[in-house]
Design a protein. Structure first.
Length: 129
């Protein structure tokens, strides 16, 4: 199964099978991301979860370093560092092996906001039914 990943400013997109996932963390948005969401799509079950953490500056820097390291070490990842701060990062890491991709695929994303000390993390699974 082919996975396409994109970074678009303060958002990411993942396209795989029946899934077209777009997550945008926009300032001033009325609604946040769902803590959990499960949907049936074609012959697949899509599961999504999101968390937002507000961290002190030292912990924030440590977490961003960990995210950058994880993205660099992953076989399949996409990471962008945005103007204004080396800690303004969006990263997508695919977590499944090639063999597992036929029945289960998962990915994690992180959107970091140094101006607020916030990290928005998501975890998605796509499983054949």
């Amino acid at each position: 199964m082919s996975v396409r990943m994109r970074l678009l400013g303060a958002s990411h997109q993942v396209f795989v099978g029946p899934v077209r996932e777009t997550v945008a963390c926009l300032p001033g948005a009325d609604r946040g991301l769902p803590a959990r969401l499960t949907r049936q799509q074609a012959d697949w079950t899509y599961g999504f979860s999101a968390t937002t953490a507000r961290l002190d500056p030292l912990e924030f820097s440590s977490q961003v370093a960990g995210i950058l390291g994880r993205a660099a070490e992953a076989e399949h990842s996409l990471c962008g560092v945005f103007p204004g701060s080396p800690e303004a990062v969006t990263a997508v890491v695919v977590e499944a092996s090639e063999e597992a991709c036929r029945t289960r695929l998962s990915w994690r994303t992180w959107h970091t906001y140094p101006q607020d000390g916030q990290i928005v993390s998501t975890h998605t699974t796509l499983e054949a039914r």
